[in-house]
Write a protein that binds this ligand. Sequence first.
Ligand code: APR
Length: 320
Amino acid sequence: MARAKIALIGAGQIGGTLAHLVGLKELGDVVLFDIAEGIPQGKALDIAESSPVDGFDAALSGAQDYSEIAGADVCIVTAGVARKPGMSRDDLLGINLKVMKSVGEGIKAHAPDAFVICITNPLDAMVWALREFSGLPHEKVVGMAGVLDSARFRYFLAEEFDVSVKDVTAFVLGGHGDTMVPLTRYSTVAGIPLPDLVQMGWTTQDKLDAIVQRTRDGGAEIVGLLKTGSAFYAPAASAVQMAESYLKDQKRVLPAAAFVDGKYGLDGMYVGVPTVIGKDGIERIVEISMNDDENAMFQNSVNAVKGLVEACKGIDETLA
Ligand code: APR
């Protein structure tokens, strides 16, 4: 059987890391696309030259022309600009919206059957715009945020409890921004919900609240340390997990920015919810019950995303 073809639109920090991980995991052949000449070719060649050492078979190439992504099974989009210290994800809106237009048109023309994973920020608005510009089915265009946000939450919890990250599950809903909703009730250590762990004396409510806030600020913490850009290792790993679930029809239950129409009382918008990802893309959206507090936080997040989508419509009238 032919190898899968994975197009990485944007060959910056995340794009290069994605290419390396896709190679190491032998998920398929890689085309790195970028407007910057030489960068995608250079990264592709460098990673290809590591393949004899690590022992993986994958063809890697760089491209400046969208015709090179023809027939891609998966497209992962990181094209655009990343945050610098002092910037919020929302500050990237105007620039990255224009980038989504060209990327969406490129995918529409050359890879209309692909499963598309958007990483470019501000995530929930950009994945919506990318879907509009590409015209692909909603279930084939999704945003990567929840896997990353919950990975950060899981890591901080594992540190606090001094247990393996493998035994910590965590649940994060809503938009990928300051309003994201880490749900402690649905987050566990080996099946024991966090509120029970507070009662068992494993941690205190104050410490748990601080971890929730650190999760919300997780992206900004990295930006503050790096100073020259934003996180790339964990975002790349998260998107690769989603791509793998699609390519291998694993049907993993993963939080993602998906198009929600009818569930959660929403009327057709992208926001972070639990999903099932398999060969058909987003195969299911899992609707969980929320208490009043959780629902209020979720609505706050939904409203923030709606505000960004309205801002996009104000910038590009073809989206209105
Ligand atoms: N088409 C293709 N590539 C583009 C375009 C475009 N129109 N505009 C910019 N790029 C490329 C840049 O040349 C650069 O190589 O996108 C790449 C972005 O890479 P980085 O600046 O290193 O950013 P990265 O850290 O990879 O993050 C990318 O993901 O998490 C989000 O907020 C982050 O929006 C940012 C995106």
